[in-house]
Design a protein around this ligand. Structure first.
Ligand code: PFF
Length: 450
């Protein structure tokens, strides 16, 4: 089986692909809006601490399981299981993660479809297709179905090309483009009235709220969603890393890039909110709460871009193109999880497996689009608030309690022979064994209770 498996051709390729999965709508929209509604800089500090001290160790657990198994999530988890019950548990966790990734893609594609249509809207305006521009800018069933399907088709096209020519090649192109557009937009927003006020809200912490339980739990949930944990995605990406690579530093790079882009996105979105407010758009309620969190991006930012005159059309295009790119590098990782399992488990051709699973996910997406009011929020809650933390917790249990410590050490020593003398090996094993499961359990409980 290993002879036909794909592998990332370079260190840079893996880092771009895994960071591409991690960086998505969660960082560029989710993180800034959560920051704005949870006390600004205090949330930022909590997020930074939790991302490095809790999400990074959990990410390492998933990457190591995958690299050791050199197979899809189910097979990789089974390889570290010694007893029959552990193998059943491995199937539950691996297959659960694969299902979770598929369902996340089914709602993610809808939001990404909105991003795509918002990218095309300014182009339609520039070329004088005003009716089309209005249609693209307004919520309608036909528009939503069409753009969801277009987005899924783009994801399928990349994944059907495999690891090196698909995931790696496109992540290497799209990720740097994303950073470039982000910095250009920040430079523009900083010249506008109100931007400095936004910057202060983002960067000057109010330490009195930093230990607020809600704030801590939201920051932890955001860190786990952002690093794509608990979906089997990082297990499968780990399985494509060569045994010559140092996993400890690769995982650290991915975490640093993910956190860095969330931080940079905050530098754009939070000042942009204050700029829009200075232009008369209502963003915060009288009591200081953020209004319409989910749809803010489609209300506030187009208003902001409109206020910029003709330049706003181009800036609006750049911004939504950026969101679409970020969504695409994440969605390809979500589709890879079920596709790799199907290819390896049922010996199906990659092309056939990709189209079959892509079509199934498209079907679920269309059902959700047609029942947006009742299903959209429900699927998001079940996948991101319940399944992700629970499955992430179980991966930590595998590494901490099921995998023999000596075999675990051997797996990490590949590509990093002196790891047993490092601080990482002194702390990480007990961290994944005790601290990570307890903390993720806390997030899970909170999601259930709220
Ligand atoms: N990490 C992505 C984001 O921040 O938008 C979302 C995501 C990707 C979640 C892949 C789950 C996943 F499997």
């Amino acid at each position: 089986m290993s002879a036909v498996r794909g592998e990332f051709s370079s260190r840079f390729g893996f880092i771009m692909a895994a960071a591409g999965s991690a960086v998505g709508l969660g960082n560029i929209w989710g993180f800034p809006t959560q920051t704005a509604s949870n006390g600004g800089a205090a949330f930022l500090i909590a997020y930074l601490v939790l991302a490095f001290f809790l999400a990074y160790p959990a990410l390492m657990a998933e990457l190591i399981i995958g690299r050791h198994g050199q197979a899809n999530a189910v097979t990789s988890l089974k390889k570290i299981s010694a007893h029959k019950w552990q193998k059943h548990f491995a199937f539950m966790v691996g297959f659960g993660g694969i299902l979770c990734a598929g369902f996340i893609l089914s709602f993610y594609a809808i939001v990404a479809g909105w991003m795509l249509s918002a990218t095309l809207e300014p182009i339609a305006s520039v070329v004088g297709l005003n009716q089309t521009a209005t249609w693209l800018g307004e919520q309608s069933l036909i528009r939503n179905v069409l753009f969801t399907l277009i987005f899924i088709a783009l994801t399928i096209l990349i994944i059907s090309r495999g690891v090196e020519n698909g995931i790696e090649k496109w992540s290497k192109r799209l990720m740097p483009a994303l950073l470039l557009i982000l910095f250009a937009l920040i430079a523009y927003v900083m010249t506008q009235d109100g931007a400095i006020e936004g910057l202060q809200a983002y960067l000057i912490p109010d330490f009195s709220s930093i230990l607020d339980a809600n704030l801590l739990v939201s920051a932890l949930g955001q860190a786990f969603f952002s690093l794509s944990l608990g979906t089997s995605v990082m297990i499968i990406y780990g399985s494509y890393i060569s045994k010559k690579e140092n996993l400890v530093s690769l995982g650290a790079y991915v975490t640093l890039i993910d956190v860095f882009i969330a931080f940079v996105a905050g530098l754009l979105i939070i000042p942009a909110m204050y700029v829009a407010q200075a232009q008369g758009v209502e963003i915060f309620s009288a009591t200081g709460e953020l209004l319409s969190e989910d749809t803010l991006v489609f209300q506030v930012l187009p208003a902001l871009f409109d206020g910029m005159g003709n330049a706003g059309l181009y800036i609006g295009f750049a911004f939504f193109a950026l969101m679409s790119i970020a969504a695409l590098t994440s969605s390809i990782s979500m589709l890879e999880a079920p596709v790799s399992y199907t290819v390896e488990r049922f010996s199906v051709k990659r092309l056939h497996a990709t189209w079959l699973i892509g079509a199934l996910i498209a079907l679920v997406s269309v059902v959700i689009v047609c029942n947006l009011g009742s299903l959209f929020g429900l699927v998001i809650t079940i996948t991101t608030k319940i399944a992700q933390p629970l499955l992430g917790l179980m991966c930590c249990l595998f590494v901490g309690w099921i995998w023999y410590r000596s075999s675990l050490l051997k797996a990490i020593q590949q590509g990093n022979p002196s790891v047993h003398n490092t601080l990482f090996w002194k702390i990480w094993p007990w961290y994944t064994k005790f601290v990570c499961p307890c903390a993720i359990g806390l997030v899970f409980l909170h999601s259930l209770l709220s």
